[in-house]
Design a protein around this ligand. Structure first.
Ligand SMILES: C[S@@+](CC[C@H](N)C(=O)[O-])C[C@H]1O[C@@H](n2cnc3c(N)ncnc32)[C@H](O)[C@@H]1O
Length: 211
């Protein structure tokens, strides 16, 4: 996305929603967002999923993490009239996610159409790489979940193996998720593009193994 000169002041004007120092909120997210169940979406893009899921589940807290400043600003611009007090946005790289949440603070992690990083030398950047999974395991609550959707078969296979190697238990798995109606789950911007091309959506849900 092209550089947007208005992005920084625009993000700064949403003081209640944009959290610049998330490590200072660690262990207090649920009271800040006044919720019992906390969701975190990593790589939230233009924010359709974040916003619409927050409205569908208004008792839950919804944190969007988007590292690209221009994309994060666009997501706020697009959804600015609908932001709820249960929503927060972190415009930082999730590589530091381990510092932002206390142990067991997050109930559901969402990975929607994460970048596949196909080159061998870039595999560690995948959001479902073991290095990330070790952090997710710590910050997820007992019985906490990771929900993933992707169009990319290679990333999906990789993620299934990584989850299994890190002790996550597969609860749900589909290689054509939208074959059936799923009114409980919002279609993301990228997902809509692949649906328009008649491509199948891969989806899985893994539960943290508490043993
Ligand atoms: C392919 S887009 C998908 C956007 C959205 N989830 C959707 O389904 O429409 C992936 C997004 O993840 C963001 N992203 C990738 N790696 C990230 C990271 N380590 N931390 C935060 N955001 C990341 C990218 O900037 C990009 O906006």
């Amino acid at each position: 996305m092209r550089n947007k000169p208005w992005a920084i002041p625009f993000l700064e004007s949403f003081k209640d929603t944009v959290v610049n120092e998330p490590h200072l909120v660690a262990s207090n997210w649920k009271s800040r967002l006044n919720c019992g169940i906390l969701h975190v979406e990593i790589g939230s893009g233009k924010g359709d999923y974040w916003n619409k899921m927050a409205h569908m589940y208004p008792d839950h807290g919804w944190i969007a993490i988007e590292k690209d400043r221009n994309v994060a600003a666009s997501s706020l611009k697009k959804n600015r009239d609908e932001i709820l007090p249960t929503m927060a946005l972190i415009n930082l790289d999730a590589k530091d996610i381990g510092k932002w949440f206390a142990d067991g603070e997050v109930d559901v992690l969402h990975l929607n159409f994460s970048d596949p990083w196909p080159k061998k030398g870039h595999i560690k950047r995948r959001l479902s790489h073991s290095e990330f999974l070790k952090e997710y395991k710590r910050l997820l609550s007992a019985g906490g979940e990771i929900q993933m959707k992707t169009d990319n078969g290679g990333l999906f296979e990789f993620s299934c193996v990584e989850m299994s190697n890190n002790g996550f238990i597969c609860k749900e798995l589909s290689v054509d998720y939208r074959r059936m109606d799923h009114p409980e789950d919002v279609i993301t911007e990228y997902e809509q593009r692949f649906l328009d091309l008649n491509q199948p959506i891969y989806r899985a849900v893994w539960r943290k193994n508490n043993e």
